[in-house]
Design a protein around this ligand. Structure first.
Ligand SMILES: Cc1cc2nc3c(=O)[nH]c(=O)nc-3n(C[C@H](O)[C@H](O)[C@H](O)COP(=O)(O)O)c2cc1C
Length: 288
C-alpha cells in the first residue's frame, strides 16, 4: 500500500507529464499548421533530402513549371550513347517523367556557362536563334497537363502557352507520321533567323540550319542515355505547325522530335563493331 505522500507525488508527476505532452503537442501542431514546418522533415538526414530533390513533385509558379534541376551524372557513357543512338519510331504507352523532360530540354538548350550565359549546343556568335517548344499529350508527362510548353534556358522552366491535347493536329501537320501521334511528347525546335542574320547577313541562314543539327543530336544522345528514343522529323507543313504552337510568322519550325520509351532499344557491342570494321578492311585489302 502506497503512503498518501507518495501517492500525491505520483499524481503530481503524471499531471506534469501530461501537461508537458500537451505543451509539446501544441507546439508541433503550431509549427506544422501555422508555420508549415514539418518536424519529420527537419529530422531527415542529408541523404534523404538529396533523394527527395530527385522526386517527381511538380513545382509551379502560375503557368510556369519549375523543372527539376539538371543532373550531370547519368547511367550511360557518351560512347555508348553514340553507338546506341538510332531513330526510334515505336514507343510504349508510357509517360515521360518530369526528370526525363528536364534532362532532354537541358541537353537541347540548357545553361552550361555562367559568365556569358552560353548553352549546351553551340551557336554562331552566341546569337541563339532557336526556341524549344514541347507538345505534351494527355498523360504524356507525369504530373503535367496536356498542352504546348515553351522552354526558358536561364530559369530552366517551361511555360504553358496553350492548354489541350494537340497531338492529333501535330500528326496531321507531320504528314500523318504515326510516331508523332504515338509519342507522349513531341519536342519542336523553332528558329527566329533574324537573331543570326542581323549579325552575319545571308550566311546566318546556313548557321541556323547547322545549329538545329547540334540541338537535334543533343536530344538524340540525351534520349538514348535516359533509355528513351526519338526521331528527327523534317517533313511537315510549316504553317500548320506554326499555327498549332501559336507562333508569330517570323518563327520557323525546323525539327519535330517525338520522344518516348522505345518498344525495342537499339544495342550494338564493341565486338560486333570491331568485326565489321576488320572485315571491311580485309575486303579492301587494307593491311598494316
Ligand atoms: C534532316 C532530317 C530529316 C528527317 N526527317 C524525317 C522524317 O520526316 N521522318 C522520319 O521518320 N525520319 C526522318 N529523319 C530520320 C532519318 O530517316 C534517319 O536519321 C535515317 O534513316 C538514319 O537512321 P538513324 O537516325 O537511326 O541513324 C530525318 C533525318 C534528318 C537528318
Amino acid at each position: 500500500m502506497l503512503k498518501p505522500s507518495t501517492y500525491r507525488q505520483v499524481i503530481m508527476f503524471l499531471s506534469y507529464a501530461t501537461l508537458a505532452l500537451v505543451v509539446i503537442g501544441s507546439i508541433l501542431v503550431y509549427l506544422d499548421l501555422v508555420l508549415g514546418l514539418r518536424i519529420t522533415n527537419i529530422l531527415v538526414t542529408e541523404k534523404e533530402i538529396i533523394e527527395e530533390d530527385l522526386g517527381e513533385e511538380v513545382v509551379k509558379a502560375g503557368n510556369i513549371i519549375l523543372l527539376p534541376l539538371p543532373r550531370l551524372k547519368g547511367n550511360m557513357s557518351l560512347e555508348e550513347s553514340i553507338a546506341y543512338r538510332r531513330s526510334i519510331r515505336e514507343y510504349l504507352d508510357k509517360p515521360l517523367t518530369l526528370n526525363q523532360l528536364s534532362q532532354l530540354l537541358w541537353a537541347a538548350q540548357g545553361l552550361t556557362e555562367l559568365k556569358w550565359g552560353f548553352r549546351a549546343s553551340p551557336s554562331a556568335g552566341a546569337t541563339y536563334p532557336l526556341e524549344i517548344y514541347v507538345v505534351v499529350a494527355e498523360n504524356g508527362v507525369e504530373g503535367l497537363e496536356p498542352g504546348i510548353y515553351h522552354y526558358d534556358p536561364y530559369t530552366h522552366t517551361i511555360r504553358l502557352t496553350r492548354k489541350g491535347d494537340f497531338v492529333d493536329e501535330l500528326y496531321e501537320a507531320c504528314l500523318r507520321q504515326p510516331w508523332v501521334k504515338e509519342a507522349p511528347v513531341n519536342i519542336v525546335i523553332v528558329a527566329e533567323y533574324e537573331r543570326t542574320t542581323r549579325v552575319y547577313g545571308e550566311r546566318g541562314i546556313r548557321y541556323v540550319h547547322i545549329e538545329v543539327g547540334h540541338v537535334g543530336q543533343n536530344i538524340y544522345l540525351e534520349a538514348t542515355a535516359l533509355g528513351l528514343g526519338t526521331v528527327a522529323i523534317g517533313a511537315f507543313y510549316d504553317n500548320q505547325v506554326r499555327e498549332i504552337l501559336g507562333l508569330p510568322p517570323n518563327y520557323h519550325p525546323l525539327y519535330v522530335m517525338p520522344v518516348g520509351v522505345p518498344v525495342k532499344p537499339y544495342r550494338i557491342s564493341e565486338q560486333e563493331l570491331w568485326k565489321a570494321i576488320t572485315e571491311n578492311r580485309e575486303k579492301l585489302n587494307i593491311k598494316p
